[in-house]
Design a protein around this ligand. Structure first.
Ligand code: NAP
Length: 256
């Protein structure tokens, strides 16, 4: 039996779940690639490689050198650079590409949302008057908060924000999701939060804060998703499995 070699560009729950599903198969050899931003990534039953490839050309080279049969871009919806690199690398190397991307959250009755094009705009939408803000943007872009020091921030991230932000009132919550709605409601009430700053990541694991804000009547400032390349896309791990099972082109393209 020939073994298909699949590379998953990871950094998300979906990437880990897909790796778990594929690892159970004898006919598939799976590698997950991580950028290396998280200090202690969760364990996965797959070969893990860490660090950038050096742009689309570097990734194309890796695909060829490792004889990868199919590439799955399961990066976060906001990791747009990597997604464009994946599309270009797949084209250069002639490797089939599937994007695994969860749908964005949709506005529900009762939601008080304002949308921003990027993190800087989201911060400016908080306004001039001091507010108490839960920040769920990850730690890489939170320096944008320094432009609005009039607010009090509760900044949540998987790893600590280092160095700490130059702000009078910044509190840090180091935690890894999922974050259930009930716990999010307690958190919002405990700190008397009156605004939530978040990315429209989609998915269930971090939706709790959106649902909790709705029930408490708290405003959510949501950063809209960046554009992504137009490639075949699966909205769930299940749909990705269907695509991988039904995609004989992976082997055919390499002439095997
Ligand atoms: P990005 O801006 O799209 O990518 C920047 C560079 O990081 C890429 O050009 C690539 O370097 C490297 N890179 C990104 N993802 C990689 C991967 N899976 N494997 C190897 N190299 C990778 O990415 P980002 O927004 O910084 O996200 C980095 C990682 O964090 C991704 O794995 C993403 O899934 C995860 N993540 C991001 C967010 C977010 O809000 N952005 C949230 C949760 C998780 P080279 O050009 O050198 O190859």
């Amino acid at each position: 039996m020939s073994t298909r070699r699949i590379l998953i560009l990871g950094g998300t729950t979906e990437a880990r779940l897909l790796a778990e599903r594929l690892a159970a198969r004898d006919d598939i050899n799976v590698t997950v690639s991580l950028a290396g931003r998280t200090r202690k990534p969760l364990d996965m039953p797959a070969t893990i490689r860490v660090g950038g490839f050096g742009g689309a050309g570097g990734l194309a080279e890796y695909l060829r050198a490792e004889a990868i049969d199919a590439l799955v871009d399961a990066t976060h919806p906001f990791a747009a650079t990597m997604s464009f690199n994946a599309a270009e690398a797949a084209r250069l190397a002639g490797v089939p590409l599937l994007a695994l991307a969860r749908a964005p959250w949709e506005h529900q009755p009762g939601d008080i949302w304002r949308e921003a094009a990027d993190v800087a705009e989201a911060v400016s939408l908080l306004g001039a008057t001091s507010r108490r803000v839960l920040v769920a943007l990850g730690r890489n872009e939170v320096s944008a908060l320094e432009a609005a020091p009039q607010h009090a921030y509760w900044v949540r991230s998987v790893d600590p924000v280092e160095p700490p932000l130059r702000l009078d009132e910044a509190h840090y919550i180091v935690a890894r999701g999922p974050f259930p709605e009930g716990e999010e409601r307690d958190l919002l009430k405990r700190h008397r939060i009156d605004a939530v700053l978040a990315k429209n990541s989609g998915g269930d694991a971090t939706y709790g804060k959106i649902a909790a804000a709705r029930t408490l009547g708290i405003e959510v400032i949501l950063v809209k998703r960046p554009p992504r390349p137009e490639v075949p896309t699966a909205g769930s791990v299940e749909a990705a499995m269907v695509w991988l099972n039904a995609h004989p082109a992976a082997l055919a393209l390499r002439g095997e």
